[in-house]
Design a protein around this ligand. Structure first.
Ligand SMILES: O=P(O)(O)OC[C@H]1O[C@H](O)[C@H](O)[C@@H](O)[C@@H]1O
Length: 535
C-alpha cells in the first residue's frame, strides 16, 4: 500500500522549506539576487513556452518537489498509464486517451522503454483507434462536402460538449466549411429552443454525443430534437431524403442504446477514454467537420508531441511534471485554494470552463486510490475569463484583495486573421498584468497600494493553430495526472456527480407519488412550492 502523500519524508521537508524559505520570499528581491532565475524556472516544451519564474518558489523548492515526485513513484504511475494498466481502479479501466493521438508507428513515443514492452492488445487497440479515426474523418469530409447541410448541432454535456466547444471556438480562424456550429448542453429548453428556431431539418445534422448514451440531459435534448425534426417534415423512413438516418449521428461507446433510440449511424470509442478526455475521439467529429481532416490530424500531432515529452523527458525538464508539482505546492504548502485562468485570446474564451471539468472533476477527491481519507486538500477551484476583459472586472481583487490567487496567463505570439494591429496591445497587456502582480505599487497612498509579490505563470504559444492547441490541452491533461499521482487519488472517476443525478430521479418519482417520507423539510418545501399555483 502506498503511503499517504503527507506522510512522505519529502512532504515534511517541503513544509519546513516553506516555513523557513518561502514564506518570506519576495519575488522582486529574488529576481535581483538570482541572475539565473528566469532561465532556471522557464522552459520550452513542444508548442508551449512556459515562464514559471514569477511563482513563489525557488530552484530549491523544485528540487524538493522532484524528491516528492520520486517518493510518490510518479514515473512508475505514469509508465503504468502508458502500459495500459487499469489505473482507473474504481471502474477497472485503463486510461488511454493519449493513444487516440498516437501515430501508427508510435511516433516520438517510440523512444519510451515502456512502449518496447507493449502487449499485443495495445497494438490492436492502436490499430482500432486509427480505423475509427479514418472512418470519422471520412464522415467529416462527406459532411463538409454536403452543400445541403448548413448547420451542425452537437447535443451533449460535460466531456461530450466542453472539449468540442472549446476547440471549435478556439479554431474559429480555421473553420473553412461555411457551416454554422451549435452546441446544446443544458437541459434548459431555452438552449435547444433557440437553436431549433434558427435551423431547418433538411439542412441540419444533429450529433448526439454521449459516451454512456444514458445522460439524462442529453437524452431529453436528443428526444426533443428528434421530435422537432419529425414534426417539421423529417421522417423515420430511411429511404426518405430527410430521414433520421441521414440527419442524426450518434457518438458513443453504447451503440446498442443509440440504435434503440433510433440512430443507426454511430461512431464509437472505448471505455478507456474518459469523457473529459474524449475530444480526440469520435466526440471530436464537430471539430473535424469544422476544420477538416488535415487540421484535425495536426491537432492530434500537437497533442502527441506533448505526450511524447511527458512520457519520455526527464522529470526535471518535463513541463506537465513541473506544473503538476507547482499545483501541489500551491494547494498544500502555500494553501492557495484557487487558480485563475487568464487566456489573452478571444478564441480561448471557453478554456476556463473546459479546465474546470478537466481539473476539478479529475482531482476534486478526498480519498486515495486505496480508499483512505486524505487529510490535505486536492484540486483548487479553477476559474477565469479571457483578458483583457478580466482586467476590468476581477483583476482588482487579484491586485489588492486579501487572498493570494496564482494567475495563469496564456498568450499567443502571433495574432490571428483579424485586426492584427490589436494583437500587440493584447499581449502587452498580459505581460503588464503579470508584471504588475509581481512589482506592486507603493508610495502613492493607502488606496492605491498594491502589495505585489503575487504569483503568476505565463504560457506562450506561437499562435492559436490546431497543433499548438492540441499540445496545450494535452499539457493540462498530463499536469492533472501529475498532481493526482502525488495525492495518490484516482483522477479518472467521478462518483461525486452520481448522487445529485440519483436524487433528481427520486424527486421526479416523489412528485408523482407525493410520497415525501424521509425527505428533509427544505427539499420538500421547495418541491411543494413548485406545485403551488399561487407562487
Ligand atoms: O458523455 P456522457 O456519458 O453523456 O457523459 C457526460 C458527462 O456527464 C457525467 O455526469 C460526468 O460528470 C461527465 O464526466 C461526463 O462527461
Amino acid at each position: 500500500m502506498t503511503a499517504l502523500c503527507h506522510e512522505l519524508p519529502a512532504w515534511q521537508t517541503l513544509q519546513t522549506h516553506h516555513e523557513s524559505q518561502i514564506r518570506q520570499l519576495d519575488l522582486r528581491q529574488a529576481f535581483a539576487q538570482e541572475p539565473q532565475r528566469l532561465e532556471t524556472l522557464s522552459m520550452q516544451a513542444p508548442h508551449v513556452f512556459a515562464d514559471l519564474s514569477k511563482n513563489l518558489w525557488t530552484a530549491d523548492t523544485e528540487r524538493l518537489l522532484q524528491q516528492l515526485a520520486h517518493e510518490s513513484q510518479l514515473a512508475a504511475k505514469r509508465d503504468a498509464m502508458l502500459a495500459g494498466a487499469a489505473i482507473n481502479s474504481t471502474e477497472q479501466r485503463s486510461v488511454m486517451h493519449w493513444l487516440l493521438r498516437t501515430p501508427l508507428d508510435a511516433g516520438q513515443l517510440a523512444a519510451s522503454p515502456v512502449l518496447q514492452a507493449w502487449q499485443p492488445d495495445m497494438k490492436t487497440a492502436l490499430q482500432e483507434v486509427h480505423d475509427t479515426l479514418n472512418q470519422m474523418l471520412a464522415l467529416a469530409d462527406a459532411v463538409r462536402n454536403d452543400r445541403q447541410i448548413t448547420d451542425i448541432v452537437n447535443i451533449g454535456i460535460g466531456g461530450s460538449h466542453l472539449g468540442p466547444e472549446v476547440v471549435v471556438n478556439a479554431l474559429e480562424d480555421w473553420i473553412d466549411t461555411g457551416k454554422n456550429f451549435h452546441f446544446v448542453s443544458n437541459v434548459d429548453g431555452h438552449e435547444l429552443g433557440h437553436v431549433l428556431h434558427r435551423i431547418k431539418p433538411e439542412r441540419t445534422l444533429f450529433l448526439v454525443a454521449s459516451k454512456s448514451f444514458t445522460t439524462a440531459e442529453t437524452m431529453l435534448n436528443a428526444r426533443s430534437a428528434r421530435q422537432w425534426f419529425l414534426d417539421h417534415g423529417g421522417s423515420e423512413d430511411p429511404s426518405e431524403a430527410c430521414s433520421i438516418d441521414r440527419h442524426f449521428v450518434a457518438l458513443t461507446t453504447n451503440k446498442a442504446a443509440a440504435a434503440q433510440f433510433g440512430i443507426q449511424r454511430t461512431l464509437g470509442f472505448w471505455d478507456w477514454v474518459g469523457g473529459r478526455f474524449s475530444l480526440w475521439s469520435a466526440i471530436g467529429l464537430p471539430i473535424a467537420i469544422a476544420i477538416g481532416p488535415m487540421q484535425f490530424r495536426a491537432m492530434l500531432d500537437g497533442a502527441h508531441a506533448m505526450d511524447a515529452h511527458f512520457f519520455t523527458a526527464p522529470l526535471v525538464q518535463n513541463l506537465p511534471v513541473r506544473l503538476g508539482l507547482l499545483d501541489v505546492w500551491y494547494r498544500d504548502f502555500c494553501q492557495f485554494s484557487s487558480r485563475c485562468i487568464a487566456p489573452y485570446s478571444h478564441g480561448l474564451r471557453r478554456l476556463a470552463a473546459y479546465l474546470q471539468q478537466l481539473e476539478m472533476e479529475s482531482n476534486g477527491k478526498s480519498v486515495t486510490r486505496e480508499g483512505l481519507p486524505l487529510s490535505v486538500p486536492t484540486a483548487p477551484i479553477i476559474w477565469g475569463e479571457p483578458g483583457t476583459n478580466g482586467q476590468h472586472a476581477f483583476f482588482q481583487m487579484l491586485h489588492q484583495g486579501q487572498d493570494i490567487i496564482p494567475v495563469e496567463f496564456i498568450a499567443l505570439r502571433d495574432g490571428g486573421k483579424y485586426l492584427g494591429e490589436h494583437h500587440q496591445s493584447l499581449v502587452v497587456n498580459a505581460i503588464a498584468q503579470a508584471q504588475a502582480l509581481m512589482v506592486g505599487r507603493d508610495g502613492e497612498g493607502a488606496e492605491k497600494f498594491c502589495p505585489g509579490n503575487r504569483p503568476s505563470s505565463f504560457l506562450l504559444l506561437q499562435r492559436l493553430d490546431p497543433a499548438s492547441l492540441g499540445a496545450l490541452i494535452a499539457l493540462y491533461e498530463h499536469r492533472i495526472f501529475v498532481s493526482g499521482a502525488i495525492w495518490n487519488i484516482n483522477s479518472f472517476d467521478q462518483w461525486g456527480v452520481e448522487l445529485g443525478k440519483k436524487l433528481a430521479k427520486q424527486l421526479h418519482q416523489r412528485q408523482d407519488s407525493q410520497d415525501w417520507e424521509g425527505v428533509d423539510a427544505s427539499t420538500q418545501g421547495l418541491m411543494q412550492r413548485l406545485a403551488h399555483s399561487n407562487f
